[in-house]
Design a protein around this ligand. Structure first.
Ligand SMILES: Nc1ncnc2c1ncn2[C@@H]1O[C@H](COP(=O)(O)OP(=O)(O)OP(=O)(O)O)[C@@H](O)[C@H]1O
Length: 474
């Protein structure tokens, strides 16, 4: 299967879109605020050693007001605060979450076989209903339809998937087996059965609640759609079935050419989806594992961002998270992330740049000799060498203007300094051709590091990658 969480190696249409367009305008101001906020990254990077960053204190939600700089990788933080970031509600949420976990695990250990069935559905319903009420409050002003999730019984899933028949297995990730199923009402779904064999029950439940909490929270044409869940006889997510499977298998798993117009549509859709996650949904979500295997395609080749297993909520007042362990997929990780564990929107922007490169070149993020696509492509991007970089399978059948836009956008997204990378709003504009590259250059340079006389050469990137590999091997 495509793109396992290499960390794995390393540690491993229409209406909705219009509504989102309108909402984007309202978010202009919010964007400025966040940009200002992000500037604090500079102060931080210059005054803290990488070790200091990695050893940052574990913050509880009661520290929210003082935690504009970083947080630890506390899984419960996904549930620890209200969308409005109000302190009291944050503490309340953290307590609820801790209680649920304690109770679940007590019962799980005493009644191992019945634990999930007896406790989890109730807890999950409670969490989801709380999440939904908070979300409904935040969404009072817009018309985005409210989703309704179902709690499936094991029997229903067995029936839908012919008893999890191998014939129905459509995907296997590092942490899940995915089956195609048909519900009793005829709806075709994907049933994601969480495996995570390497994890204990408590961590599995934590991860499941975290992924479920995030996926239940999002609502966008370019992000995975949750239909329901089950904690009966295991942990399951029931998702909308996507006809074409993963972008990874389409672009790398077949000799058939994926036409340029589809590639460009996919790039634009992923950019829209990421913009939504970062700026438009009630909570800022960083995906952390944007890869070709985590982009799924509908019958019409509309892309959806899937697999929120590593996603993190970035509270309004936080500039970024600092996480440990560093998980993600080798070849897509931004330097500041794999070196220092720093996670913010720009982590996803870098990974999006790598995805753009895959669409442009048809090459994998890391080839069979573990060579990085970024290293190979950057000099060609800088020279604007279309002939050398474009997927030979495309021949001359591509729109040159779009190809140039995609190349320029990839170059910007792959800048080693996160602050110089464009945010997703800018990326969407660049891909639409709404902003001339010159303007982009002037704005982002702003008297600071030069985009094209990047002092952070390939040599530095190789050094960082090698150091990263050493750390992983230690
Ligand atoms: N909704 C869906 N419709 C069709 N195919 C799907 C769907 N969800 C997942 N798949 C297939 O299953 C594969 C694995 O799914 P997914 O990436 O969610 O698993 P995972 O174990 O969380 O992966 P990872 O190793 O990245 O953590 C996908 O690459 C895709 O081929």
């Amino acid at each position: 299967m495509e793109g396992r969480r290499g960390a794995a190696d390393v540690q491993r249409n229409g209406e909705n879109k219009k509504q989102h367009e309108a909402k984007k305008e309202q978010d202009e101001k919010k964007e400025e605020d966040i940009s200002n906020n992000n500037n604090r990254d500079d102060q931080y990077s210059s005054s803290s050693s990488p070790r200091g960053v990695l050893e940052s204190t574990r913050l509880g939600s009661s520290d929210l007001d003082n935690s504009s700089i970083s947080s630890s990788d506390d899984r419960s933080s996904s549930f620890a605060s209200s969308p409005s970031g109000e302190l009291n509600q944050g503490v309340y949420w953290k307590n609820i979450f801790d209680q649920i976990k304690r109770r679940s695990m007590r019962r799980l250990s005493s009644i191992p076989l019945l634990g999930y069935e007896m406790i989890l559905p109730k807890n999950i319903r409670r969490i989801l209903s709380k999440n939904r009420s908070a979300e409904e409050e935040a969404n009072d002003s817009d018309d985005i339809p409210k989703p309704s999730w179902r709690n499936f019984s094991y029997g229903e899933l067995v029936e839908a998937t012919d008893n999890f028949s191998p014939d129905k297995l459509i995907g296997q990730g590092g942490h899940a087996d995915v089956y195609k199923g048909r519900l009793s009402d005829g709806q075709v779904v994907a049933v994601k059965k969480i495996t995570k064999q390497e994890k204990n029950d408590e961590d599995k439940v934590d991860d499941f609640l975290s992924e479920l909490g995030i996926i239940a929270h999002i609502n966008h044409p370019n992000a995975a759609k949750l239909i329901g869940y089950s904690a009966d006889g295991g942990l399951y997510l029931v998702l909308q079935y996507l006809h074409h499977g993963s972008l990874g298998s389409l672009i790398h798993g077949s000799d058939e050419r994926l036409d340029w117009d589809i590639r460009y549509k996919v790039a634009a859709g992923i950019a829209e989806g990421l913009l939504y996650l970062h700026r438009e949904c009630p909570k800022r979500i960083i995906h952390r594992d944007i890869t070709a295997s985590n982009i799924l395609l509908t019958k019409d080749y509309e892309p959806q961002i899937s697999d929120f297993g590593l996603a993190k909520w970035l509270p309004e007042k936080w500039v970024h998270h600092v996480v440990s362990p560093i998980e993600g997929t080798f070849g897509y990780m931004a330097p500041e992330y794999f070196m220092h564990g720093i996670v913010n929107e720009k982590t996803d922007v870098f990974a999006f740049g790598v995805l753009l490169l895959e669409l442009i070149t048809g090459r994998r993020a890391v080839d069979s000799y573990r060579k990085s696509l970024v290293l190979w492509a950057k000099p060609l991007l800088q020279k604007n060498n279309i002939k050398e970089i474009a997927d030979p399978r495309l021949g001359d059948v591509y729109d040159v203007v779009e190809m140039k836009r995609a190349m320029f956008t990839a170059l910007c997204c792959l800048h080693h300094l996160p602050d110089i990378r464009p945010n997703m709003k800018k990326v969407v504009q660049l891909l639409r051709g709404e902003n001339a590259p010159v303007e982009m250059k002037q704005r982002s340079m702003g008297g600071r590091a030069l985009m094209f006389s990047d002092e952070y050469t390939s040599t530095h990137y190789i050094q960082d990658l090698n150091r990263h590999m050493e750390l992983v091997m230690e």
